[in-house]
Design a protein around this ligand. Structure first.
Ligand code: ZN
Length: 411
């Protein structure tokens, strides 16, 4: 008791030293939920760093996140309504004052999960963020997703039903070519923003989906999307997904931006092991910042840094990436001005799969009002997707997938 009284006394002293701490509690200024099969993320944003405690409760499965020294304001009260029925992991959510200065968020879960909470320093338009990532115990297998979608039932681009079996016929080499299509950015990372208000992350996903439908309708080819919804995927995970399915090709879709609104045109990039031109290096830094804006846990960041040290043995893969890049760039030249007439090279983290020829396509400048309008046009999105497909097909004709591909035994 005496200790308690002493603590209370010290508490009073602190109160008098610091003024009125009851009024100095943090406000949560924004909350967001990004549900996806890969993982669901819940984000809390504030002007000051947040302190928190996370624990799991079983029977039924729940997560409890205590946020310390915050007020139960209207933003937290609205969080409950942001849980969607289709969320693979969160069944429901309650937020309320647990004890003075502590807001408790209780998440009812649909399944057993592995959860991590971590904080992110301010970057871009964001203040301090507290992020809760809810992963399944067993991560979804990209190979299973590929085989699931590779059932020959992919819709044709013209909307007609696919003819039975036609879409899944292996190519000359006796093996399907696997194309991994990566929609740049997503979720917490919106990418570039156009003057008319469109986000790069949405445009890239639409074009990526169009391209996937086209690839799946081709005999001898099949496609996997790294992300099929609006959520953030770390760059390293995009690379890992391509490697997990032993992809023959990796194509990352983006939309460029520049301070000057008249910058325009399409460009294609491959990885570089040497010094890049200043414009390409600037763009690579901007694209690589995706992990900082989207928010990767520090431990994961360390692993990712090691991965980006480019092995010189990658030069063979880079030669193929350049061939693929040239094939795609020349086709893009039929639907848009080219920003640069050659394939550019720089240290893009998303292009670092050592064994998968990889390119990054900047479809057009979303910062250019005319190109932004085109990027949002269904017809133009289809033309871009068809041009990329034509380039991929031309490359595959000249560089067919190896007959003894890693997937040969699985088909
Ligand atoms: Zn981008």
């Amino acid at each position: 008791m005496a200790g308690g009284r002493l603590a209370a006394l010290i508490g009073c002293l602190l109160v008098s030293l610091h003024g009125a701490p009851a009024l100095a509690q943090e406000q949560i200024v924004a909350t967001r939920i990004w549900p996806a099969r890969d993982y669901t993320r819940v984000t809390f944003e504030s002007k000051q760093p947040l302190k928190y405690e996370l624990f799991t409760v079983k029977q039924p499965q729940r997560l409890v996140l205590d946020i310390l020294d915050v007020d139960m304001g209207p933003t937290l009260a609205e969080l409950r309504g942001k849980v969607t029925e289709g969320d693979p992991y969160i069944k429901g959510l309650r937020a309320g004052r647990n004890r003075p200065g502590v807001v408790r968020i209780v998440l009812d879960l649909k399944t057993e999960v592995e959860a991590q909470a971590f904080t992110l320093a301010p970057i871009g338009d964001y203040g301090h963020r507290l992020v809760l990532d809810i992963h399944p115990l067993v991560p979804p297998d990209p190979l299973a997703a590929l085989l699931e979608s590779g059932d020959g039932l992919a819709p044709r681009e013209d909307g007609r039903a696919p003819s039975a079996g036609s879409a899944r016929r292996p190519g000359k080499a006796g093996r399907l070519a696997t194309i991994v299509i990566d929609a740049g950015h997503g979720g917490e990372d919106p990418g570039a923003r156009g003057r008319r208000g469109s986000y790069e992350k949405n445009v890239t996903l639409i074009i990526a989906k169009r391209l996937k439908a086209l690839v799946d309708a081709e005999p001898g080819m099949r496609a996997l999307l790294t992300r099929d919804g609006d959520y953030f995927l770390p760059l390293k995970l995009r690379v890992e997904k391509a490697r997990a399915v032993h992809a023959d090709l990796f194509v990352s879709i983006h939309a460029d931006s520049f301070m000057r609104p008249h910058a325009r045109g399409s460009s294609v990039f491959a990885l570089s092991t040497r010094r890049a031109s200043s414009e390409a290096a600037w763009l690579a830094r901007k694209e690589n910042a995706s992990d900082l804006i989207g928010g990767v846990e520090l431990r994961a960041k360390d692993r990712y840094l090691k991965q980006t040290l480019i092995d010189l043995s990658q030069t063979g893969t880079i030669d193929y990436s350049l061939k693929l890049g040239r094939a795609v760039l020349s086709q893009l030249g039929h639907v848009n001005t080219l920003h640069k007439p050659r394939v550019q090279q720089a240290g893009f983290a998303v292009l670092t799969a050592p064994d998968v020829p990889s390119i990054l396509v900047e479809t057009a400048f979303i910062s250019n009002p005319q190109e932004e309008k085109k990027l949002n046009d269904r017809g133009y999105q289809g033309r871009l997707a068809r041009a990329i497909l034509s380039g991929i097909k031309r490359y595959i004709e000249q560089n067919p997938p190896r007959p003894q591909g890693p997937l040969a035994s699985r088909e």
